[in-house]
Design a protein around this ligand. Structure first.
Ligand code: SAH
Length: 424
């Protein structure tokens, strides 16, 4: 062995003869890898373990049921590659010697240092995920367990979407018409970058176009490659730069150009987020669309302030309603609920006075605790605790602004014992 570097290479073994000497589990794994590569696999071994015998019985490999003999690598035709894993150093050496003489690459299971070739630990991007088509091969200089550990870490990173796996060149793209694009409606969670789901994160890492809102994990936008197109359709209250119709059109436009589009939304796409309309619009235009649920602010923002939306002994139900449509809408939502149900109001800041008044008029005690949780899961999270009768005045005094979740109910009192729970 010299200190020279090794030389990683990827082989096309399809239809080419490859020989495995040995019949144990290691040989079986080698044969399986060769089969996956489409090789013409020949096994030489007097006995075979269950897996190998099954592959032979199924006609996947040719099993020569005997000891290895000189010439096996060359007759009836020369092999391109040989794996020897007999467990017997004498046989493995003989195979390696004959392979060397015939200029056939030989992988020895018993002695990596005496091999002319090594198999790396391999991670492949899972089919149907953003990482599909990727192969990562790890070689740890004769320490297979180390290589496997790195391989597993790569696999975990591929699944988590933290690697830049986006395709830049689609094989055959010039010849074939471009594949249709897709739209994924991804719930980004309430704002912290790590409260998106693993699936959402992976789709984001593979997106060509990201259509984003004002809410949600905007910090993740900084992780996108510079050639990813970011379309910001963020709405601020009273200022709607992009109409819903226009957003729908943007999604369909990009996807129909063959691009992978992620519609990154705050919270959950189907909770007061108009995600349903976006999905319908895509479906109506023949664009494949999928949804990735998210952590809704309706539950997670109260939690960040130490308020469980249900709590044993206080209430076993909660109602989520938009306050944007006005007090009547909130009242009818509350009327159908249990009298002790927690009310969680989204978009509730602008019409807080009107809503609180209507709830009192409808019979909720004026002293019912209210919490206003602004910018949950961000460093600027702030909670104002009040009661139904004083909520509007207290909010005005504190300068409470959207986005905020309004919680009405006795569960608010739990906060006094827990404080903020959002962690770092
Ligand atoms: N689909 C989203 C809700 C969109 S409606 C979800 O499931 O969370 C927008 C409203 O959500 C805001 O007006 C506010 O009431 C609430 N909201 C979203 N993110 C928030 C956050 N980080 N802090 C406080 N309120 C938030």
């Amino acid at each position: 062995m010299t200190a020279a570097a090794d030389y990683p290479l990827t082989l096309d073994l399809h239809g080419r003869r490859a020989v495995v000497v040995g019949g144990g589990p290691v040989a079986a794994r080698r044969a399986r890898g060769l089969l996956d590569a489409g090789a013409d696999v020949h096994v030489v071994a007097p006995w075979a373990c269950e897996d190998l015998a099954a592959a032979a019985a199924a006609g996947q490999v040719r099993w020569h049921q005997r000891e290895y003999v000189a010439g096996d690598l060359l007759e009836p035709e020369s092999a391109w590659l040989v794996h020897t894993a007999t467990g017997d150093p004498v046989t493995d050496s003989q195979v390696a010697r004959e392979a060397e003489a015939a200029r056939i690459w030989c992988v020895r299971a018993d002695d990596a240092a005496a091999s002319s070739a090594w198999t790396p630990a391999v991670a492949r991007g899972r089919e149907g995920t953003a990482a599909e088509g990727l192969t990562v091969a790890v070689n740890a200089g004769g320490d297979p367990r180390r290589a496997t550990a790195v391989r597993d870490a790569v696999l975990a990173a591929l699944d988590s979407g933290t690697l830049p796996v986006r395709r830049h060149r689609v094989p055959g793209a010039n010849a074939a018409p471009s594949r249709p694009g897709r739209v994924a409606l991804v719930g980004g969670g309430p704002g912290a970058d790590d409260l998106i789901t693993v699936r959402g994160r992976a789709l984001l890492a593979a997106a060509d176009v990201v259509v984003t809102d004002r809410l949600g994990p905007r910090g993740l936008l900084d992780t996108l490659a510079s050639d990813v197109e970011v379309v910001d359709v963020g709405k601020t209250p009273g200022n709607h730069p992009t109409s819903q119709q226009r957003i729908n059109e943007i999604l369909v436009h990009h996807a129909s150009q063959g691009r992978n589009v992620v519609r990154l939304k705050g919270g959950d796409p189907f909770v007061l987020g108009r995600g349903g309309e976006e999905a319908l619009h895509c479906a109506e235009h023949g664009i494949p669309v999928e949804v990735v649920p998210g952590v809704t602010s309706a539950v997670s923002v109260p939690a960040a302030a130490g308020i469980p939306v249900t709590h044993r002994g206080i209430t076993a139900s909660f109602v989520v309603a938009s306050a944007h449509e006005g007090a009547d809408h909130v009242l009818s939502a509350a009327a159908d609920a249990a009298p002790d149900a927690t009310l969680v109001l989204l978009m509730g800041v602008t019409r807080l006075a009107e809503t609180a008044e209507a709830l009192i008029a409808a019979g909720r005690p004026a002293t019912t605790p209210v919490a206003l949780v602004e910018r949950g899961w961000t460093p600027e999270q702030r909670t104002t605790v009040s009661t139904l009768e004083h909520a509007a005045a207290d909010a005005a005094r504190a300068g409470v602004r959207a986005p905020a979740v309004v919680v009405v109910g006795d569960v608010v009192s739990v906060r006094s014992r827990l404080g903020d729970l959002a962690g770092e």
